[in-house]
Design a protein around this ligand. Sequence first.
Ligand SMILES: [Zn+2]
Length: 269
Amino acid sequence: MIQDIFPSRMDISFKNKIPTDDSVVLSFTGDGLLARYEEDDMSFPTFKDVGGENVIYIFSVDGKDFFLRFGECSCDGCTRKDMKEVRRLKTKINRELFEVFTAYHLYTWYEDNRFCGKCGKKTTYDTVERALNCECGNKIYPRINPAVIIGIRNGDRLLITKYRTGYGHSALVAGFTEIGETLEDTVRREVMEEVGLKVKNITYYKSQPWGVVADLLAGFYCDVDGDDEIHMDQGELKYAEWVKREDIELQPNDISLTNEMMKVFKNSK
Ligand SMILES: [Zn+2]
């Protein structure tokens, strides 16, 4: 999965650092991510390449510091690609993609909170923890949206879906947690809304940060309970069928929790 970057290690803990010449700088704008793109690989500019005042430390990977740079900038040999294109790159390892997804999550949070939601004044960076401060006393912490991914079993078949818009490959029923719900409540509600089924034996599998949409995904398996006739939500899905283990078509790369959950079911007895 995208976060499985071993033996590399990301240290996401907050530090109030300033960039040095060889710090990595990730710059996002409406046009996408500034990087050097070569075929299916990418490499990132350093602070020496792009400079600038408005930068903030975000994390380090294997001791290398990463910063976000806000506003327009350029560097020799760099171009911009939008995040959809970046996701499609067949990078040799997941590490760069995970760095970009995580940085993008932080970038969107900083961008969305440049002004205080309570009083409208400009916010400033906290120097002790990952937060933004307003002089009115409002303190804004990073926002992470919980969502579930659901592998619904029916004997030797798994419920496979395809979305009506966007991602075209096999997927699983999924959805955001509503205020007031447990994750298990979300599982039951989303399954009922999207495919009209009751489920039982809800068990947690694994989780995954999915920064391009500011999510934290929690994967669950469960079994269909009673009637297995699918009533698909046609507004959201274009395909929802029980698919036998051996017939499950996996996604073209290994970055998503959804793909791992389909693969685990496909390879189990
Ligand atoms: Zn305020």
